[in-house]
Write a protein that binds this ligand. Structure first.
Ligand code: FPP
Length: 247
């Protein structure tokens, strides 16, 4: 069990970026225009996260379910992603941002994979701030991949099937070397997790913000962090127990 934490600043914030389509629809624009504006917000929020003292920021950019969107929207999203990665490379290096991904990235278009690999390689030495893009990500798919890798390790004699510790199984998730998110934010007013970080978010605080992603600003991130600071993370303990250990 994780140690009870009373830190007011989350180390790892994960965001479900929602509302690009509605933002565009409200303006009579094509959905892709909402995604284009959404990429601007990705830039703003990446900077804001660093300025607000986060160590890790995870963004849910494309889910395993998103392939079922209209083909032209999927292609446009992939094009935007590749364009964003190429355009941001210098900024990542200048601002010392490490890029990571979670998800089945081998199924992404070759151009996107190339841009990802290039940026990941060029930023791998940075340690202060990590941007994690969840791409072709789904929590259930992640469990399947982890179970397969774990079973392979057991068959090879590298793991013991009687070891029932979470710490061991955790090493087979995409996030093996990342801390669990302290705070998960979803924008747009929808209040669900949509197959996002279901294992890692077991003890995360959830904050739902009724702002569409293209309109999400640094102040909204700061407000979510302030809300997090008011929460008491108990990890199964009582409030009284936490008060005793806190002094
Ligand atoms: C949800 O809005 C958003 C997405 C499915 C994709 C998020 C993608 C981006 C912000 C752009 C690409 C990402 C990067 C990192 C460059 P929605 O379309 O589901 O909105 P709706 O619910 O209003 O239709």
């Amino acid at each position: 069990m994780p140690a009870a934490s009373r830190s007011k600043t989350p180390e790892h914030v994960a965001i479900i970026m929602d509302g690009n389509g509605r933002w565009a629809q409200q303006r009579g624009l094509p959905r892709i225009e909402g995604h284009r504006r959404g990429v601007e917000t990705v830039r703003t929020v990446t900077d804001a996260g660093r300025e607000l003292g986060l160590r890790t920021l995870t963004l849910y950019a494309f889910s395993v379910e998103n392939w079922s969107r209209p083909q032209d929207e999927v292609s446009a999203l992939m094009g935007l992603l590749e364009f964003y990665l190429k355009k941001e490379l210098n900024t990542f290096i200048k601002n010392r941002i490490r890029l990571r991904t979670i998800g089945r990235t081998a199924a992404l278009p070759a151009g996107v994979q190339k841009a990802l690999n290039h940026t990941i390689e060029a930023t791998k030495e940075f340690t202060d701030y990590t941007l994690v893009l969840a791409l072709n990500y789904g929590a259930r798919t992640e469990v399947i991949d982890a179970a397969r890798a774990y079973a392979t390790a057991v068959a090879a004699g590298k793991e013991n099937l009687n070891d029932d510790s979470w710490a061991t199984f955790n090493r087979y998730l995409y996030t093996a070397d990342l801390p669990d998110p302290d705070l998960i934010i979803r924008t747009s007013g929808e209040e669900r997790l949509s197959n996002f970080m279901l294992m890692q978010g077991a003890y995360a605080e959830l904050v739902f913000i009724p702002v569409l992603w293209p309109d999400f600003a640094k102040a909204d991130l700061a407000a979510a962090i302030a809300e997090y600071g008011k929460r008491e993370r108990r990890y199964g303990q009582t409030s009284a127990q936490l008060k005793t250990t806190d002094t």
